[in-house]
Design a protein around this ligand. Structure first.
Ligand code: SF4
Length: 222
């Protein structure tokens, strides 16, 4: 069923944020942030450092990202040729226990949402970015009762949108990632380091010390 009020609120930019239809299925501690899916697919250890240990570190990409996100983090709307564009739209899924926010959602004239996630760094984490975007689509489908077949990743460096089709494989991977992240957050264990090319682009290298795991395992031991 289409939630007409929420659709109108979202399209007008006066979205009130998460509203559970009934008592939410999940305890607050069990809710998975949508951004954690991106971190997990990139590197499970990065996900644990950020979402369990609350470690955060700036590098050139995160600094650029915060600057670039200043606009899309500010709620607002505008009419574009492609449809009504809403920024910083709160998202949630009661079915999956997900919460987060979409940088931009474009609503076509028939109400079909099209999420656009803004990315600043190089495209080295494209699959992780696609899973994050697909999670946004699953939230939008649940909330508005409409199929969301496609969205896009917008890479600021090239200023190009890369379309992402939400096919069965990507949806299944996204739902499996939600379960994996929830298990990681429950266990509060630090996975082993990737210690590969991913570390070159990671803002958490100093805290993680991927090549000296013995020194770092003190952080989360069962
Ligand atoms: S430095 Fe490497 S192992 Fe550590 S969190 Fe980053 S990507 Fe993962």
């Amino acid at each position: 069923m289409t939630d007409g009020k929420h659709l109108n609120d979202a399209r007008s930019g006066s979205d009130p944020g998460p509203v559970w239809d009934e008592a939410p299925r999940w305890d607050e501690a069990e809710l998975v942030p949508i951004s954690a899916l991106q971190h997990y697919v990139y590197c499970p250890r990065q996900c644990a450092l950020i979402h369990v240990e609350q470690v955060w570190s700036e590098n050139v990409f995160t600094l650029r990202g915060r600057r670039a996100h200043a606009r899309v983090d500010t709620p607002g709307r505008r009419q574009r040729e492609e449809g009504r564009q809403v920024r910083a739209l709160p998202l949630w899924s009661d079915r999956l226990g997900l919460v987060g926010r979409a940088d931009v959602v474009v609503f076509a004239d028939d109400g079909t949402p099209y999420p656009v996630e803004h990315k600043v760094g190089p495209r080295h984490a494209r699959r992780a970015d696609a899973v994050q975007l697909c999670a946004q689509a699953l939230c939008l489908e649940e909330r508005f009762g409409r199929p969301v077949p496609e969205g896009a990743l917008f890479y600021r460096k090239t200023r190009r949108r890369l379309p992402v089709a939400f096919d069965d494989a990507l949806r299944a991977e996204t739902e499996a990632t939600v379960a994996a992240v929830r298990a990681l957050l429950r266990q509060a264990r630090l996975p082993p380091p990737a210690a590969d090319d991913r570390c070159r682009h990671c803002s958490l290298r100093e805290a993680c010390m991927p090549l000296a795991p013995g020194r770092f395992h003190r952080m989360i031991e069962p």
